[in-house]
Design a protein around this ligand. Structure first.
Ligand SMILES: [Zn+2]
Length: 469
């Protein structure tokens, strides 16, 4: 039918699905959707634009489930708006076309926070966006439903903090007591679809005691930083909040898992029917405390939880292959080096700047090219499963007829040098400065429009809000 002329046709691609790779295939796009995935010889329609993808792999756009736009150097909606404008460009460079990002830490009602975030993101975000409401106060438990009605399907709890640090983040001195989490879960199970309850699991009291002790002893390397958070610190909270999630059969999503102990513990809980969803981060999969000490990165890599050891890293990769870890995020925060430069090690804020521009290259270099992951498994854990966790699989997460045309063309063998020269947003330092990586994004496509070409952003902000689908 002549009316079925494509808006964009990507020819001769190796199309990466979670079930395998389709060689010599074409993907036709019309009205922002994928409308054909066929052998090159089976495509007869014309197209307004054609991209010859010979030698390239076509991935679904990556979904980064864990970002914090609007935090970092300052915490405000003005800063968040700037971050949506600039930092989401870095997402596109790294192959990320959808993010889930948290609301600003605030005593506002959850639904109000959600509306404010949608307002500053709309028209400014280069990526599609889900918004995760951050629960900090008791009254927030009463607003779970109102937030859901605005479109919120994920709620974040900073369980890993107490004392004055918790107070600085707008929580009470006890952080997130299990009773507050319990009340939120009671509200969440009553919703028409089950939202994700996300926790930063990392027992705080022993950690803070050890931090004081190490500070006193002038122990201030990234190894000390790793050691101050005991290897069981994530596991103990996975269990504490996990039993509540299990009672209500609501998925408990553990962000940024860094430790082998946690993985081994989650394996047991998942086998026992605990509804636990595990995420790790690109950084943990790509470097170790010892690597960073050798490079002299120091305070700039002081993140929470800490980057740990080679033995942890191998267990994290294995957990992806085994299907225990089913999401990879970055925990990106739009920090500049302002909160690191010249600071004392233990006094400087933990946190890592925007990591998304390097996501695809790092995962290919450290994962695929080191035989730690196959391309179909990479698609599963960076697109397909995150889309399912966040309830957007009807539109995102795979290359399939009927889904949104969010795509990434990748050259598996292109070598690039990572570093701040590539970045468009707030980043003015990089953990990966000067690192050579094999595997690079050639083009990024959002809603059928080419948005990245030759490492440049070639489109205005096209990102759309994704609410309850
Ligand atoms: Zn985070």
């Amino acid at each position: 039918m002549e009316s079925s002329v494509f808006d964009l046709l990507i020819k001769n691609a190796s199309v990466v699905l979670s079930t395998g790779i389709l060689e010599g295939h074409s993907v036709g796009i019309k009205d922002k959707k994928i409308v054909a995935v066929k052998r090159d010889s089976e495509i007869s329609q014309n197209s307004k634009r054609v991209i010859n993808a010979e030698g390239l792999h076509l991935f679904p756009g990556m979904i980064d489930p864990h970002c914090h736009l609007g935090s970092g150097d300052s915490r405000s909606y003005e800063y968040m708006e700037e971050s949506f404008k600039k930092d989401t460009q870095d997402c596109l460079l790294g192959g990320v076309t959808t993010i889930a990002t948290t609301t600003v830490l605030s005593p506002d009602s959850l639904d109000e926070s959600y509306r404010k975030t949608v307002k500053v993101a709309t028209g400014n975000s280069h990526t599609n966006f889900k918004i995760t409401c951050v629960v900090t106060q008791d009254h927030h438990a009463d607003q779970i439903k109102a937030a859901y009605n605005e479109g919120c399907t994920s709620f974040k709890f900073y369980t890993g903090y107490c004392g004055c640090l918790a107070e600085k983040m707008g929580m009470g001195v006890d952080g997130i007591p299990p009773a507050l989490f319990y009340k939120c879960v009671e509200e969440a199970v009553a919703l028409p679809t089950k939202p994700l309850m996300m926790i930063h699991a990392e027992e705080p009291t022993v950690r803070f005691m050890l931090a004081d002790r190490f500070k006193e002893a002038n122990k201030e390397s990234l190894i000390d930083w790793a050691e101050h958070s005991p290897e069981w610190s994530e596991s103990v909270q996975v269990y504490q909040y996990g039993v509540i999630a299990k009672q209500f059969n609501l998925p408990l999503y553990i962000v940024h898992i860094s430790k082998a102990h946690t993985i081994n513990f989650i394996r047991t809980l998942q086998n026992d029917g605990y509804p636990i969803v595990a995420e790790t981060c690109v950084g943990f999969l790509s470097t170790t405390a010892h690597d960073l000490v050798a490079k002299g990165v120091g305070i700039y890599a002081k993140i929470q939880p800490p980057i740990r050891y080679k033995s942890d890293q191998e267990v994290l990769w294995k957990a992806i292959r085994e299907g225990i870890v089913t999401a990879i995020g970055t925990d990106s925060i739009p920090y500049t080096s302002k909160y690191k430069d010249g600071q004392k090690f233990w006094d400087a804020r933990p946190g890592l700047n925007i990591q998304t521009p390097d996501s695809m290259s790092l995962l290919l270099n450290e994962g695929y090219h080191q035989d730690r992951i196959t391309l179909p498994d990479l698609v599963k854990v960076t697109s397909e499963l995150p889309a399912r966790h966040f309830g957007i699989a009807a539109r995102k997460g795979a290359i399939k007829e009927g889904l949104d045309a969010d795509l990434v063309l990748v050259d598996l063998n292109k070598e690039i040098t990572l570093g701040i020269h590539r970045y468009k947003g707030h980043n003015n330092y990089s953990l990966w400065e000067g690192k050579k990586a094999k595997g690079a994004v050639v083009k990024t496509i959002v809603g059928g429009e080419v948005v990245v070409e030759n490492d440049e952003i070639v489109s205005p902000a096209l990102g759309q809000h994704l609410g309850v689908l």
